[in-house]
Ligand binder design. Structure first.
Ligand code: FAD
Ligand code: MG
Ligand code: MG
Ligand code: MG
Ligand code: MG
Length: 552
């Protein structure tokens, strides 16, 4: 027992009679990972098997392949195909798994407080000690303070997908009953998606495919024009964080498919049988509208988990972002003892270094001209080069940076046609405060997990002699490994049997069968294991041959 709450400390996970490799791990540094999602698993996949004594703590004992989750909701893929047991992934590094929820971290004593229900349904709490801790707990659904969300469905986890699938099929069956009135049938067949981000859009597309492909065949009683799919989006466009061509393509595609896209609309309340929202009209007036709902999906972005909130509060001034845990560019949690605690994936954000990166770009520019940076006079054409560089490195920020060109003129206070150093500094400050963060994507979480593993591998290799040197009290991470840099590999969104590619820098390809296969192979390659790949391939084949499995 020990720690501030005098709870049991789960120190000895390694029994004396355990295999040799596990015995040895007693003396290794204890690496504890919170969360078995994209970030945590990417770390596990890349970590050397023998360097750390690894423990994963997560309430879910499986990794979930989220990009395919929308497909699973309508039976295009089997739910089972999308999950992989964490213990299986852990076995490569001889790691331990604790199925429990992290509740708190005692940074000074290096203890994680965890909770789990025992077999009586009573909550038990204990501590797990660490030498290095990685927080990768992902995010929660953002309720935006809207009333009645208990009438809506979410799409975050495998259980959510199962419930959605059952509900969709149940509605179809109810709609077919001879006793169901016309009006009731229309309501049952009204599917509303709140949120025009990738999850909402992909779900709507999958649903449309289902209704289009299987329904007319197996539910001949249902008329196509009684079924409706609607997307409610608060912004002016769906997929608004993507390249413009992608967002436009998706909108046109939906228009053709008769999926109704309601933009500039905010949901006010979800009731059991209808959804109430306000829509800003072109003349600026705001009108309140309603839609009957048989089913409503709520997918309007992410917010921090309770653990993230708690840690941020605990670390006080070192954490200033309301949306995520802030780290430095080496992914170390700001405010925690240096080199003890890291945060990756959706739960985290790397403190903005856009301004830093512009500054170093400008330095180089000044050097190349043989002048001091302070005397640099930046012309508009230079600024465009800078802006291009920023777009390349921080592509997800592009929708904030679309106005980069305008910023130049705004900050050229003396209207000299150039920005001097003082004007530039002001401009950079504004960018820093405006720019949000890295995208909440599997891609980012994966890159960060991969990065940490490579760094940890390296850290385990540095000799004791090096440690004994003055590096010990200094910045060890920075001494042995580079800072994290995000590489945007393109976002993908699936729009009803054809993929939309956003490869950054204007390289967008939309539509076509080719895209479908490319899209699938990209995800095949990203997918974690041969097992998952095989299962998905079989599902696709099965669906191709027999159609979807419409049983609930
Ligand atoms: P997660 O993968 O969410 O993992 C978090 C883990 O932490 C889970 O294992 C969870 O059980 C665990 N956990 C939670 N709380 C605690 C706690 N208190 N203690 C311990 N463990 C905890 N991204 C893309 O790049 N491309 C896509 O096509 C795409 N499609 C998506 C579709 C859907 C339906 C959804 C929901 C997401 C999609 N994403 C996509 C986003 C992507 O899934 C996330 O960005 C990614 O999962 C983030 O990884 P993570 O490791 O931070 O968190
Ligand atoms: Mg994770
Ligand atoms: Mg996951
Ligand atoms: Mg998540
Ligand atoms: Mg000027």
């Amino acid at each position: 027992r020990g720690g501030p709450k005098n709870l049991p400390i789960a120190e000895v996970f390694i029994d004396d009679d355990e295999a040799g490799s596990r015995q040895q791990s007693k003396t290794k540094p204890r690496l504890v990972i919170l969360g078995g999602g994209w970030g945590g698993v990417a770390l596990l996949k890349e970590l050397n098997p023998d360097d750390y004594n690894v423990t994963v703590i997560s309430p879910a004992n499986y990794f979930l392949f989220t990009p395919m989750l929308p497909s699973a909701t309508v039976g295009t893929l089997e739910l089972r195909s999308l999950v992989e047991p964490i213990r299986r992934i852990l076995s490569r590094v001889n790691g331990h798994f604790i199925r429990a929820k992290a509740e708190d971290v005692e940074f000074s004593q290096k203890l994680v407080e965890v909770s789990q229900l025992d077999h009586h349904g009573k909550e038990v709490r204990f501590y797990v000690p660490y030498d290095k801790l990685v927080v990768a707990v992902g995010s929660a659904t953002n309720p935006h303070g809207v009333k009645g969300l208990d009438h809506a469905f979410f799409l975050k986890d495998i259980n959510d997908a199962r419930m959605i699938r059952n509900k969709v099929i149940q509605n179809l069956e109810l709609a077919c009953l001879p006793t169901t009135s016309d009006e009731e049938r229309k309501r049952l067949l009204s599917f509303v998606v709140s949120g025009g981000g990738p999850t909402g859009v992909e779900f709507a597309a999958e649903l449309f495919d289902l209704l289009n492909e299987d329904l007319t065949r197996y539910f001949p009683r249902l008329l196509r024009n009684e079924i409706s799919v609607h997307i409610i989006q608060s912004r002016g466009h769906i997929l608004n964080t993507y390249d413009e061509t992608v967002s436009k393509y998706a909108e046109e595609r939906f228009a053709r498919d008769q999926v109704e896209v309601l933009t500039n609309s905010r949901v006010k309340e979800v009731l059991p049988d209808k959804i109430v929202f306000s829509q800003k009209q072109e003349d600026g007036c705001v009108v309140t509208k309603e839609l009957p709902i048989g089913f409503c999906l709520w997918s309007t972005g992410v917010s921090p988990t309770s653990l993230s909130r708690k840690l941020a509060r605990k670390l006080g001034d070192a954490q200033t972002n309301r949306h995520a845990l802030e780290t430095d560019t080496h992914l170390r949690l700001n405010g925690a003892p240096l080199g003890d605690v890291y945060a990756i994936g959706d739960c985290s954000t790397v403190q903005n270094n856009v301004a830093d990166s512009i500054v170093s770009f400008l330095r180089k520019l000044a050097w190349s001209r043989g002048i001091e940076p302070e005397t640099l006079q930046l012309h508009f054409s230079d600024w465009r080069t800078v802006a291009q560089d920023v777009r390349k490195r921080f592509p997800q920020a592009v929708h904030h940076l679309k106005r980069l060109d305008k910023l130049f003129f705004e900050f050229d206070k003396d209207q000299s046609g150039t920005l001097d150093f003082g004007e530039l500094r002001e401009l950079l400050n504004q960018i820093d405060s405006k720019l949000t963060s890295l995208p909440a994507t599997a891609q980012r979480a994966h890159q960060q997990g991969h990065y940490l593993a490579q760094k940890f591998n390296k850290l385990a290799r540095i000799s004791d002699a090096m440690l004994a040197n003055d590096i010990r009290d200094g910045d060890l991470d920075a001494a042995v490994y580079k800072a994290f840099e995000y590489h945007h590999l393109g976002s993908l969104a699936y729009i009803g049997n054809s993929a939309v590619f956003d490869l950054g820098e204007g390289w967008s390809i939309a539509g076509g069968l080719w895209a479908v296969y490319a899209w699938r192979s990209v995800y095949f390659a990203q997918s974690v294991s041969f097992r998952t790949r095989s299962l998905m391939a079989m599902d696709w084949m099965k669906r191709g041959l027999f159609g979807r499995d419409l049983v609930a």
